[in-house]
Write a protein that binds this ligand. Structure first.
Ligand code: XMP
Length: 435
C-alpha cells in the first residue's frame, strides 16, 4: 500500500467523519475504527502512523462509560486524545485552543511532526492500490456489476475494467424510467469507449406493463424495485461461473449503517434484495471513499463530467416523477421537459450550483388556450433544491429569465402540456421527490 494512515478511534464522538475528512484534506489518508480494537489489530493496519482517540457524548453505552484499551498508549504508535463535539475539532487536553486556525495547526503538528505521516493520499495512489487489491481478490474469476449509470456504479465499473478487463460483466437494466439519453451514454462510454463486457437489457415494456394502472406511490416503488431484482437475477443466472459481485458502496453507507457508539442513521442497503441463492463474494473498491472523492476518482479514471458530476437520481427513476398511474405519453412529457430543464440549467451555469433539479408531471389536466382554441392538457412542475444531506432541503430561487426560457421551451416542445409551475416548498414539509 502506498499511503500512510491516521486512525481515528471512535470513542463516542458525533463527528468522526468530519475529522477523517479534515485529515484527508491534509493529504493524509484516515479511517475510523471502533474504540475496542486491540493494540495488535491496530499495529497491523497497513500504513498506520498515528491514532486519534475521538471522544464525545456517545461514550456512555447502557449507562457505562466505554474506553480504549490502555495498552494502546504504550504500543509505540503516537496517540492523541481529542473531543470532536461539533464540526470543530477540540482536544480534550487543556492545551487545545479555541481558535480555529490554532485548531488546524495542532492537527497538522500531530499528523506531520509527531506521526511523520507523508501527504501521499491522492487518487492516483488510491487507484494503483485498488487495482492491486482487486487483482489479488478476484484472481482469474468473473465479476458481475449492476451498472445503473450513476456516479458510484460507473466509477466502480471503470476501476474494475482497469483491474480485470473482460473478467467484469456489467449489466445495465433500462427500466424505461431513465432520463433522456442516459442508457445511450452508458453504452457509449462503457461498451464503445472502454470496451467493457456490457449486457444491455431493455426491459421498458416489462416494467411499464407491471406498473400499468398502479397509482399508489409505495406500490409503484415496490414493483420497480422487485422487478429490477428479477431482471438482474435472470441475467446473472445466464452468465456462468460468476464468483464476485461488485458494488458501489461508499464510506457514508458504512458509517451511516451504525457504529458501536452511534445510532443507525439508515441501514446500508446495497446488499439487500438479492436472492440468497445467488451466492457471490463482494468487491467494494470505493467503500473507503466519500462522495467527492468518488467523483475525483472517476475524473482520474477519465470518465466524462456528465457522469462524474451527475446529480442524484432515485432508483425508481422518472417513475416517481410521473405521478399516479404511469402512462407512456405522460412519461414522455416528464422525460422531454426534464431534458429541457437540464439543458437550460447547464447553459445558465446552474448545474454547478443546484444540488438537484427536475420536472414532475401530475396526473391531472387543466384548461388552457392554444391556437385560439380551448385545450385541456397537463402541467409540468419544476423543482430545484439545495441540500447538504437530503434530510432537509431549501428551494433554489431561479432567475425569472431562466424560468421564462424554460417555460417557453417546454410549452413549445413538449406535447400535451399547457402550463408550467415552479415548486417553492422546502423539505420539510414537502419531500424532494413528489412520490
Ligand atoms: P426525498 O424525496 O425523500 O428524497 O426528499 C431525498 C433524496 O433521495 C432521493 N431518492 C431516492 N434515491 N432511491 C434512491 O436511490 C430511491 O428510491 C429514492 N427516493 C428518493 C431523491 O431523489 C433525493 O435526492
Amino acid at each position: 500500500m502506498k499511503q500512510d494512515m491516521i486512525v481515528i478511534l471512535d470513542l463516542g464522538s458525533t463527528d468522526n467523519t468530519g475529522l477523517a475528512r479534515e485529515i484527508r484534506g491534509l493529504g493524509v489518508y484516515s479511517e475510523i475504527y471502533p474504540h475496542d480494537i486491540t493494540p495488535d489489530q491496530l499495529k497491523n493496519l497497513p500504513g498506520i502512523k498515528g491514532v486519534i482517540i475521538n471522544g464525545g457524548p456517545n461514550h456512555i453505552i447502557d449507562g457505562t462509560a466505554i474506553d480504549v484499551n490502555p495498552e494502546i498508549y504504550s504500543s509505540g504508535i503516537p496517540v492523541m486524545a481529542a473531543s470532536h463535539q461539533t464540526a470543530q475539532c477540540q482536544l480534550s487536553l487543556e492545551s487545545w485552543p479555541n481558535d480555529e486556525k490554532a485548531k488546524e495547526q495542532l492537527l497538522k503538528n500531530f499528523v506531520f511532526d509527531t506521526c511523520c505521516a507523508q501527504p501521499n493520499w491522492n487518487m492516483k495512489n488510491f487507484i494503483d492500490d485498488q487495482i492491486e487489491l482487486i487483482r489479488r481478490q478476484v484472481g482469474d474469476k468473473k465479476v458481475l456489476l449492476a451498472l445503473s449509470g450513476g456516479v458510484d456504479s460507473s466509477v466502480v465499473a471503470a476501476l474494475l475494467i482497469k483491474a480485470v478487463g473482460k473478467q467484469l460483466y456489467c449489466v445495465h437494466v433500462n427500466h424505461g424510467l431513465m432520463r433522456k439519453g442516459e442508457s445511450q451514454s452508458v453504452i457509449e462510454v462503457f461498451q464503445n469507449q472502454l470496451d467493457a463486457n456490457l449486457i444491455y437489457v431493455d426491459a421498458t415494456d416489462r416494467f411499464l406493463d407491471k406498473l400499468a394502472g398502479v397509482a399508489d406511490p409505495e406500490q409503484k416503488r415496490k414493483i420497480i424495485g422487485a422487478e429490477f431484482i428479477r431482471v438482474f437475477e435472470e441475467e446473472a443466472r445466464k452468465l456462468e461461473g460468476i464468483d464476485f459481485l461488485a458494488q458501489g458502496t461508499i464510506y457514508p453507507d458504512i458509517v451511516e449503517s451504525g457504529t458501536k457508539t452511534a445510532k443507525v442513521v439508515k441501514s446500508h442497503h446495497n446488499v439487500g434484495g438479492l436472492p440468497e441463492d445467488l451466492k457471490f463474494q463482494l468487491v467494494e473498491p470505493l467503500k473507503q471513499l466519500f462522495k467527492d472523492e468518488v467523483r475525483a476518482c472517476g475524473k482520474e479514471l477519465g470518465l466524462p463530467d456528465e457522469m462524474v458530476y451527475r446529480q442524484p437520481f432515485p432508483g425508481p427513476g422518472l417513475g416517481v416523477r410521473c405521478l399516479g398511474a404511469i402512462t407512456r405519453d405522460r412519461l414522455e412529457a416528464v422525460r422531454e421537459s426534464d431534458a429541457i430543464l437540464r439543458e437550460e440549467f447547464k447553459k445558465a451555469g446552474l448545474d454547478k450550483t443546484v444540488w438537484q433539479y427536475f420536472t414532475i408531471v401530475p396526473d391531472f389536466k387543466s384548461v388552457g388556450v392554444r391556437d385560439n382554441a380551448r385545450c385541456f392538457d397537463w402541467p409540468v412542475i419544476i423543482r430545484a433544491v439545495n441540500t447538504i444531506d437530503a434530510m432537509t432541503a431549501a428551494i433554489e430561487p431561479i432567475d425569472y429569465d431562466v424560468l421564462g426560457k424554460i417555460t417557453d421551451r417546454i410549452l413549445k416542445e413538449v406535447k400535451n402540456v399547457n402550463r408550467v409551475c415552479y415548486d417553492i416548498s422546502p423539505k420539510p414539509t414537502a419531500t424532494i421527490e413528489w412520490e
